[in-house]
Write a protein that binds this ligand. Sequence first.
Ligand code: HEM
Length: 515
Amino acid sequence: MPGAISSGTFSREEVAKNNTEDSLWCIVDHKVYNLTDFLDAHPGGNVVLQQVAGQDATTAFYNLHRHEVLQKYSSLCIGTVQNETPEVIDPQPGDLSAVPYAEPTWLTPQFNNPYYTDSHRKFRKGLREFVDAELKSEAQEKEADGTYISQEMIDKMAKNNILAMRLGPGQHLHGRTIPGGVKGEEFDYFHDLITCQELARVLSRGFQDGNMAGMSISLTAVRSWMKDVKLRDAVTEECLSGRKKMSLAITEAFAGSDVAGLRTTAEKSADGSHYIINGTKKWITNGMFSDYFVVGCKTTKGFSVILVPRDDNVETKKIKTSYSTAAGTAFIQFDNVKVPVNHLLGEEDKGFQVIMSNFNHERWAMTAAVIQWMRAVTEECLKWSNQRIVFGKPLTEQPVIRGKLARMIQHTEATQAWLEQITHQMNTMSYQNQNKYLGGPIGLLKSFTTRCAHEVADDACNVFGGRGITQGGMGKVVEQFHRTYKFDAILGGTEEILTDLGVRQALKQMPKARL
Ligand code: HEM
């Protein structure tokens, strides 16, 4: 009888009888959906559903919708077709993707890899489960509405020691257990790489930075350079427990990469006990909700870096950039802000060293994340061009599309391989040697990667056509990447500055070699 829900298995004949607006069923991937009450609510309208009433609408469905639509509306599913089994993979939290190149080779069963151990594998699994089950939905919600990460999520991350992991390997992780039940003492730069790539999987570029990116590039400087150990440890604890937030405030409207051109000043008070800070900062990630700012200032004979707590003389205003305001990007004014002198990081007038030593990790981490984005976009394009039927056949039948897919895979795999090679150096070199030898290669890697991102975004957008320039729906990941990959090309050092840095560093080591 049309409309009746029996045992949850239906013959195709039975489905076919439910072909009117009073009882409208259809089949998608061997599952039966009762769309009668959904007709008026369907965002694509009722007419298209009436056209497939009682039929198998699998091809039409996947031509127009992402699989996650079926997960969201699973309550419309009333059963499966008799003697048939669903074929489309239904990803669950923590799952690896089986799509070729959707995972780096170390996560592809057929491939061997020299760098990763069981500890990395356990950790990756635990972290991905957290990201898929806990973080992703909040990230996508915040990306869309532009509000900041919730305190509840920050508390959860603090509890799982995910905030502490954001600083990279070190003493601060000792005695802590991290996802996958791994001991903090085991955390090395490959765990760090996994962290950057797994967190990027939320596919919400503004939120990705809103998720404590400011702390991850500023608390590192406090940890390495603050001389007052008691204050350093107290501030660390406040931030790693999620009670306080911190950001790095170097860039100004007056000067970006040109640190020498900064105009924010720090003058000593008459009794020498305080710095008085005056000036402005621009594009400060997490600035809107930060309690502490690591501020680059001009001092008597140079440039100094000072930890500034928020008070009434610190004013923050929201900046709307091309990604979501979930990042908390701010314009900041310091108007006679008084800070005790023990808040200085490193030596007075020698702040350049503080900033430079901090840059390598930041640039490396950004590179890891943008490679993960390229990989996600490649997966989107592989799936889409395989399921999209144009001129009666899948897009993958077109050689020009296969050429684009090839380029995306090449850009992603080449940069991941270089990243892992540099990560291995970070794991095995002394911190001093890292600063001496890796600044150049990391600069070259980051700038090369964002050039690759430019190519991937461009190709992907063309593969998706109109959907590649539409927010939401099938092309939402591609549209977002195309709109936001420039953040990685500019933040933490522009492509131009970094390519130049890489070559200058190489020239410094040139021997007297002649042709
Ligand atoms: C289980 C069944 C279905 C559900 C839950 C569903 C749900 C949705 C949703 C949520 C959207 C908004 C866009 C998106 O989020 O992707 C949408 C759009 C649309 N749907 Fe469906 N739908 C179903 C079946 C179908 C079928 C069988 C057809 C056509 C044969 C269809 C045609 C469309 C069209 C034409 C759009 C607009 C697409 C666009 O703007 O690009 N839907 N549907």
